[in-house]
Design a protein around this ligand. Structure first.
Ligand code: SF4
Length: 422
């Protein structure tokens, strides 16, 4: 089985590349060149039959991912499928099924079957839950269990997988030595660190990286190199453990490319505003320009209940600095499993951040949309405003509260500036 990267290296233009070129308004050859350079990835497992491919990175528009999935405490697959629908209708460009409860295989396959956008997973969660159910401890997995989970997800048509290959023993030692406030906040990272300390062995996902590459290449699954040691609070941001992992991710990026596998690199986490640009520059430099998939970042630790906003602020700054792919954060972050409304709010917050970044990068379509909206505002064209809004449903709902859909709104009423100075 070939991959989009291998096809590009051979100079072949695939239907997937053609689709992305049309979506992004660039030439097909440019997509080929970007794939060869590794600056973009197109997660598109041929086993994902309902997929409309999206490109991530380079000059492409900034993309937004929404996480869904059951937990051991909240296992309602129907709710997760409703959350999938909510994420897609709000404009998510990708979804990650992070399920850790119930029949995870069944739900993952259903998400892949229904999703028109790329689907990502974290196979390590799957292995950890099986270990918990069988042995009462999520860390009692074997190295084979971890690799098998990646293989099963790849066979199910998943387009990208987060694998925490850069969590090495040396980096975990730095977490211990430097006395981090929130230690390790990544579930995959904490599990692997605990496993390595108990087994007194190196991370098998690092040691068996070549084997992983063979599986991913066979199914053209993009590797999303997980940041298992991302900072979980501002005090831990940009610390030695995070940076050591990033250096390893740079090495692994090149090895994946050499194996014909597409790469996305994940990043923090909780980062104060003034450190975000530095984090993006470091990631791009260490990882040779690979697409940067940033998890927020949250710019303060005290926004609980509103972390879709703290994450969107961080996402906008990171995007300005060169990040390519924003993982949404919902108002439920740090507090509970998100519901449908949380998903919608999280996607919208990140979509606004992504759109603002596209504007700042001079994206023509983004500028045209804002101009169209402004003209509709000036002419009190409410239907036009609904059409151009990032969230037409929200705009229509609010307008429904005013008495009429022509003329001024209830804000200024007869003092409507658009009418007073027409
Ligand atoms: S009434 Fe005020 S807020 Fe409403 S459309 Fe006119 S100027 Fe805008």
């Amino acid at each position: 089985m070939s991959t989009q990267r291998i096809a590009a290296l051979e100079g072949r233009i695939t239907d997937v590349m053609r689709h992305v070129a049309a979506e992004e308004g660039v030439k097909e050859q440019e997509v080929v060149d970007l794939l060869v350079s590794g600056k973009v990835a197109i997660p598109a497992n041929p086993g994902h039959k309902s997929l409309l491919p999206r490109g991530v990175g380079g000059p492409f528009t900034v993309k937004v991912n929404a996480n869904i999935g059951t937990s051991l405490a909240c296992n309602d697959p129907e709710l997760e499928l409703k959350k999938l629908e909510a994420a897609i209708s709000a404009g998510a460009d990708a979804v990650m099924d992070l399920s850790t409860g119930g029949d995870m295989d069944d739900l993952r396959r259903e998400v892949v079957r229904r999703s028109p956008v790329p689907v990502g997973t974290v196979p390590l969660y799957d292995a950890a839950v099986r270990s918990y159910e069988a042995k009462g401890d999520p860390t009692l997995v074997t190295a084979d269990d971890m690799i098998d989970a990646v293989r099963r997800h790849a066979e199910d048509g998943v387009d990208f997988v987060t694998v925490h290959c850069g969590v090495t023993r040396s980096a975990v030692e730095k977490v211990r030595k430097t006395g981090r406030v929130t230690r390790i906040v990544s579930r995959g990272g904490s599990m692997l660190a605990s496993w390595m300390e108990r087994e007194n062995r190196e991370n098998p996902l690092y040691e068996r990286y070549d084997e992983l590459m063979e599986i991913l290449r066979e199914h053209d699954v993009t590797i999303s190199l997980g940041d298992g040691l991302r900072p979980g609070c501002l005090a831990d941001a940009t610390d030695p453990a995070q940076i050591e992992e990033l250096v390893v991710l740079g090495e692994l990026t090149q090895r994946a490319w050499d194996a014909g596998v597409q790469v996305i690199v994940e990043g923090p986490g909780h980062v104060p505003l003034h450190q975000i640009q530095t984090n993006v520059i470091l990631q791009k430099r260490m990882c040779h320009g690979a697409p940067f998939y940033i998890l927020g970042p949250l710019v303060t630790d005290v926004g609980a209940g509103y972390d879709h906003i703290t994450g969107a602020i961080g996402g906008a700054i990171a995007g300005m600095a060169g990040a390519d792919f924003l993982c949404y954060v919902t108002p439920a972050e740090h507090l509970s499993l998100p519901n449908e409304d949380d998903v919608r709010k999280g996607v919208m917050a990140s979509k606004i951040a992504a759109h603002a970044v596209d504007i700042s990068r001079g994206n023509k379509a983004a500028w045209e949309r804002d101009l169209a909206m402004s003209k509709c505002r000036a002419s009190l064209d409410w239907e036009g405003q609904i059409e151009n809004a990032l969230d037409p449903v929200q705009v229509r709902e609010r307008l429904g509260q005013k008495t009429q859909l022509n003329g001024e709104c209830t804000m200024c009423d007869k003092l409507c500036a658009m009418k007073v100075f027409s």
